[in-house]
Design a protein around this ligand. Sequence first.
Ligand SMILES: [Cu+2]
Length: 181
Amino acid sequence: MRKFVPGLLALIAIVALFAAGASWANKGHGESTKVTLAAVTGVKTSATGEAVFNLSKDGKKLKYKLTVKKIENVTMGHVHALGADGTPAAILVWIYPDKGTEPILKAGNFSGVLAEGTITADKLAGPSKGGTIKDLFEQIEHGKAGVALHTKQNGGGELWGINKATKDDDKGASGGSSPGY
Ligand SMILES: [Cu+2]
């Protein structure tokens, strides 16, 4: 009997490793995704930007940081649902300004961190209202929701970014750096 013990221990160790790996993937410790922003089709701008989203371990808070380069007269930033034609549809949550749901004109040309904050379920709007933060994160991660920035001169949207939809469920960052809409 003693002979078999090492083999059994090895088996247990392997099973434990698999279980740990699976639970890590499911719980998404420190999961994050990055959305690269580029000019909305038909809009002429030299502005660029990116939004990084970090999901908390319990899946209830979504921290974000919105960074821009050379944007003029920005007024609003939102996470939008993806419209049928690839353009922004309903607003899911406001990310600039980082408090409230009224536009704030940042007059002139701005580069830097435009907004930083934490999205909680009570801030979700439109089709996301009553939904979970984890769902919102997954929509962003998998290219079903994107980030739009509006300006005084392009009220309907100047920058827009959406991750490429991916079949890969456990690699948060895989589609993150691809602009594309
Ligand atoms: Cu918007």
